[in-house]
Design a protein around this ligand. Structure first.
Ligand code: FAD
Length: 392
C-alpha cells in the first residue's frame, strides 16, 4: 500500500528525530516522522527524567559552539512551548587535578570564554557541603549548565513539529528503506510505503540495523540509573540550589547526577561507563538485575553520605557508542539525499535541538553552516580502521 509522499522522512522520532521534525516543519517542509514505539518512549536513550547540559565540554572544545546554539534553542523551545525544560542549576565538576574532567572542562571554558570558577577543597566544602570528596580533589563550577527534562523535551519538540504541520506516526516501525538519486522509499512492517525527496536516519540504539553502509561499527551498552531517598532530602532538592554534578574518580571512572525534582522523587545517580555491558536493543535486560545497584551505591556512600538512603528506583537506558566516543552527523556516503545522526555515545541529549537544526540543513540543502565538520564520517576514512576509543 502506498501511503503518501513527503519532502523529508525522519526515521526514528526520539531526541534527534523530533528535533529534526521540529526544525523541518517550522521551515515549512512537508515532513513525516516514523517511530516504532511511542513518542516519547522509555525504551531507547531519551528517558529517565533528567539529562545534564554543560558547556565547558571536557570531551572536546569543538563542541562548545554547538552547545551555545543548543542552549539558545532550548530556551527558544521553552518560550514557544510554554514548558520549563531546562533548570539552569549550574554544573559542578569534581576530580583529581589531572583528571580529564577537570583539565578538559577548564581548557574548554578558557578557550571559549565560558564563565567558570575553580574551587579548592575549602571552597568545595563551603559552597557544596553535600559533596564528600578526597582532600586532593579540585572543583570547577560552571554557571551556564543545568538539568534538562528529556521526556518533556521530546514531547515539546513533537508538539511544536505537529503544530507546524509535521505528520508523526508512533508505533510505525520501518522495516527497510531504499534511495536513488531522486527519491527515497521507506517501508514499514505494517506494509505501508512512503516516498520522499530526502531521508533522515535517527534510529538511536537501533542504528546498526537502520544505518547500513557507513562502515563504522556502533556498540550499544546497557546503562543503569539509580534513585535513592536521601537521609537528608532537603540538602539535595532543586530548590536548595543543589547543582547538576559529575565526579571523575579512579581511572576514567565517572559518576554524575542531578538535583531532586518535585515530580521525580529521589536522588538520581549513575555511572558513565561507555564501555559497559555490551548489548542490543532487542536483547537488553530492561528490568533491574542483581549487580545493578552496585554500579552506583558505592559512589553514593563515598561521595554523598547524606543521600545514602534506600533505593527508590533502578531504570535501564541505552548508549550507542561510536568508535571514538564522538557523534556521527553527516550525509550517507552512498546517498547524498540521506542524512545520518547516530553514535551519540552517552552524551548527545543536550545537543538535540542543534543536531535537529543541522539535520534539517542537511536534509534540505545537503550542507550546514553549523560547525559540524568534526563529526563527519571522513574521520573514519581508512577502510577497516577506526581511531582508538577516547575518554568521553
Ligand atoms: C543513562 C543515560 C544517561 C544519559 N545522560 C546524558 C546526559 O546527562 N546528557 C546528555 O547530553 N546526554 C545523555 N545521555 C545520552 C542521550 O540521552 C542520548 O545521546 C540521546 O538521547 C540519543 O538520542 P537519539 O535520538 O539518538 O535516540 P532515541 O531518543 O532513543 O531515539 C531513537 C528512536 O528511533 C526509533 N527507531 C529505531 N529504529 C526504528 C525503526 N526501524 N523504525 C521506527 N523507529 C525506529 C527508536 O524507537 C527510538 O525512539 C544519556 C543516555 C543514557 C542512556
Amino acid at each position: 500500500m502506498s501511503s503518501g509522499s513527503y519532502e523529508v522522512i525522519v526515521l526514528g522520532v526520539g531526541a534527534m528525530g523530533t528535533a529534526a521534525c521540529w526544525h523541518l516543519a517550522r521551515r515549512g517542509v512537508r515532513v513525516l516522522g516514523l517511530e516504532q514505539q511511542g513518542i516519547p518512549n522509555a525504551l531507547g536513550s531519551s528517558h529517565g527524567y533528567s539529562r545534564a547540559i554543560r558547556l565547558a565540554y571536557f570531551e572536546h572544545p569543538d563542541y562548545v559552539p554547538l552547545l551555545k546554539r543548543a542552549w539558545a534553542l532550548w530556551r527558544e523551545l521553552e518560550e514557544v512551548s510554554g514548558q520549563t525544560l531546562l533548570y539552569p542549576t549550574g554544573c559542578l565538576y569534581l576530580g583529581p587535578p589531572d583528571s580529564a574532567l577537570i583539565q578538559g572542562s577548564r581548557n574548554a571554558a578558557q578557550l571559549h570564554g565560558l564563565p567558570h570558577e575553580s574551587l579548592d577543597r575549602q571552597a568545595i566544602a563551603d559552597r557544596f557541603g553535600q559533596f564528600c570528596v578526597p582532600d586532593d580533589y579540585l572543583g570547577l563550577f560552571e554557571t551556564r549548565g543545568g538539568t534538562l527534562r528529556p521526556e518533556l523535551s521530546v514531547a515539546a519538540m513533537a508538539g511544536e513539529a505537529l503544530s507546524h504541520g509535521a505528520v508523526l506516526h508512533g508505533n510505525a516501525a520501518v522495516s527497510r528503506w531504499e534511495a536513488d538519486a531522486n527519491r527515497v522509499t521507506v517501508f514499514t512492517t505494517a506494509g505501508e510505503t512512503y516516498h520522499a525527496d530526502r531521508l533522515v536516519l535517527s534510529g538511536g540504539a537501533w542504528s546498526s540495523q537502520v544505518v547500513t553502509g557507513i562502515g563504522v561499527p556502533l556498540t550499544v551498552t546497557r546503562q543503569v540509573m539509580g534513585w535513592a531517598w536521601p537521609l537528608k532530602p532537603d540538602r539535595f532538592r532543586l530548590e536548595s540550589g543543589f547543582p547538576s554534578w559529575a565526579i571523575e574518580h579512579g581511572a576514567g571512572e565517572f559518576h554524575y547526577g542531578f538535583p531532586m525534582l518535585a515530580d521525580n522523587p529521589g536522588f538520581k545517580i549513575a555511572r558513565h561507563a561507555p564501555l559497559g555491558e555490551v548489548t542490543t536493543p532487542e536483547t537488553v535486560r530492561r528490568t533491574p538485575a542483581p549487580g545493578d545497584e552496585a554500579t552506583f551505591r558505592p559512589a553514593l556512600q563515598q561521595f554523598f553520605p547524606d543521600a545514602d538512603g534506600p533505593t527508590l528506583a533502578i531504570r535501564i537506558c541505552l548508549y550507542t557508542n561510536s568508535p571514538d566516543g564522538h557523534f556521527i552527523l553527516d550525509r550517507h556516503p552512498s546517498h547524498a539525499n540521506v542524512a545520518v545522526a547516530c553514535g551519540f555515545s552517552g552524551h548527545g541529549f543536550k545537543f538535540a535541538p542543534v543536531i535537529g537544526e543541522a539535520l534539517a540543513d542537511l536534509a534540505t540543502t545537503g550542507e550546514s553552516a553549523l560547525p559540524i565538520g568534526f563529526l563527519g564520517l571522513s574521520r573514519f576514512a581508512t577502510a577497516g580502521e577506526v581511531p582508538g576509543a577516547a575518554p568521553i
